[in-house]
Design a protein around this ligand. Structure first.
Ligand SMILES: NC(=O)c1ccc[n+]([C@@H]2O[C@H](COP(=O)([O-])OP(=O)(O)OC[C@H]3O[C@@H](n4cnc5c(N)ncnc54)[C@H](OP(=O)(O)O)[C@@H]3O)[C@@H](O)[C@H]2O)c1
Length: 268
C-alpha cells in the first residue's frame, strides 16, 4: 500500500512550548503562512495548539496537524485511545498525521502500536499514519506484520547527523522522511565555523543555509521558533536552491554530532 501524503515542506515545531506559548506561536505562524503544526502528547501543549489553530481563523482543512503518542500506548487498543485523547485535547475531529513517537524497542510493543494505528486509519479519525525515530530494523518488522508502510518517518537529522541508511531505506519504501531538530535545536550547530562561512559565501544566514540543505536532500522539515522574524526567514529558506558543492560540503559534516538525543532526554 502506498500513501498519498501531501505535506508542506516546512512545519512549525512546538516543543518545548506550553499551552499558552503554543496558542500564541501557532496563531502567529499560521498568520505568517505556515500550514503544518507539529505537536505530541508528550509536549503537553495539544490544547494550546488546537486553540492556536482556531484563533488563526483558517478553515480546518487548510492546516495540517501532526501529533504523536507515547510508549505507554503501545498496544492495539492503546493506539486508538491515544488518538481519541489527542483529538479531545486538540479540539478537532481528525488529525492529518499521527505518529508513534519512539519505537522503544526495549518494550517490544511497537508492532502492536502500528497494528493499532493501521486499524484506526480506516475510522476517519486520522488522515495518515506514520512513525518517528524508527530505523530500518523497526520498519521492516511493522511492514512485515501489517503489509502497511508508514506514510512518514520523523527523524533527527542535521548536517552533523545525516542518517544516510535510514533515509535510503525510507526512500526505497516511499516513506517520506521529515527532519526534527533540523537546526540542531539551537545548541551550537548554527555557530559551527564551517556553516557560518558557507552561509556567508552564499549570502545566507546559517539557519537559511541549513534549511535549504534539508530540502536539497529531499527532506521535509519541522523547525521551532517563537520569533516572528525567524519564522518568516525559515519559511522563505525552504524555497532556496543551493549549489551541489555546498550541499556536499554540508553532508560531509556527517558524524560530527556531539550528542544524540533519545526519548530518555525528553522523559518520554
Ligand atoms: N519526533 C521527535 O522525537 C522529536 C524530538 C524533538 C523535536 N521534535 C519536533 O521537531 C521540532 C523542531 O525541533 P527542535 O525544536 O528540537 O529544534 P530546531 O527546530 O532545530 O531548533 C529550534 C531552536 O532554534 C532556534 N531557531 C529557530 N530558527 C532560527 C533561526 N532562523 N536562526 C537562529 N535560531 C533559530 C529556536 O529559537 P527561537 O525560538 O528563539 O527562535 C530554537 O532554540 C520540535 O519543536 C518538535 O515539534 C520531534
Amino acid at each position: 500500500m502506498t500513501s498519498d501524503l501531501q505535506i508542506p515542506a516546512l512545519g512549525l515545531g512546538t516543543w518545548p512550548l506550553d499551552d499558552d506559548g503554543a496558542e500564541r506561536v501557532v496563531a502567529q505562524a499560521l498568520e505568517i503562512g505556515y500550514r503544518l503544526v507539529d505537536t505530541a502528547f508528550a509536549y503537553g501543549n495539544e490544547v494550546g495548539v488546537g486553540r492556536g489553530v482556531r484563533a488563526s481563523g483558517l478553515p480546518r482543512d487548510q492546516v495540517f496537524i501532526t501529533t504523536k503518542f507515547n510508549g505507554d500506548s503501545h498496544s492495539v487498543d492503546g493506539a486508538r485511545i491515544a488518538v481519541e485523547r489527542s483529538l479531545e485535547k486538540l479540539g478537532t475531529d481528525y488529525v492529518d498525521l499521527v505518529l508513534i513517537h519512539w519505537p522503544m524497542p526495549w518494550q517490544d510493543r511497537y508492532v502492536q502500536a502500528w497494528e493499532g494505528l493501521v486499524a484506526v486509519q480506516g475510522s476517519g479519525l486520522v488522515r495518515h499514519i506514520g512513525v518517528s525515530n524508527f530505523l530500518p530494523d523497526h520498519l521492516d518488522r511493522i511492514i512485515a506484520a501489517t503489509g502497511v508502510a508508514p506514510a512518514l518517518d520523523q527523524l533527527q537529522i542535521n548536517p552533523r547527523w545525516t542518517q544516510p541508511e535510514a533515509r535510503a531505506f525510507n526512500a526505497a519504501h516511499a516513506i517520506v522522511t521529515q527532519s526534527w531538530s533540523p537546526l540542531g535545536q539551537g545548541k551550537g550547530l548554527l555557530e559551527v565555523t564551517e556553516i557560518v562561512d558557507l552561509a556567508r559565501a552564499q549570502g545566507l544566514t546559517p539557519a537559511q543555509l541549513v534549511l535549504a540543505w534539508h530540502r536539497a536532500l529531499g527532506l521535509v522539515v519541522v523547525a521551532k521558533s517563537s520569533d516572528p522574524d525567524r519564522l518568516r526567514a525559515n519559511l522563505a529558506a525552504v524555497e532556496l536552491t543551493l549549489p551541489d558543492d555546498v550541499v556536499a560540503a554540508l553532508s560531509a559534516m556527517d558524524g560530527t554530532e556531539p550528542h544524540v538525543l533519545s526519548p530518555l532526554t525528553f522523559g518520554h
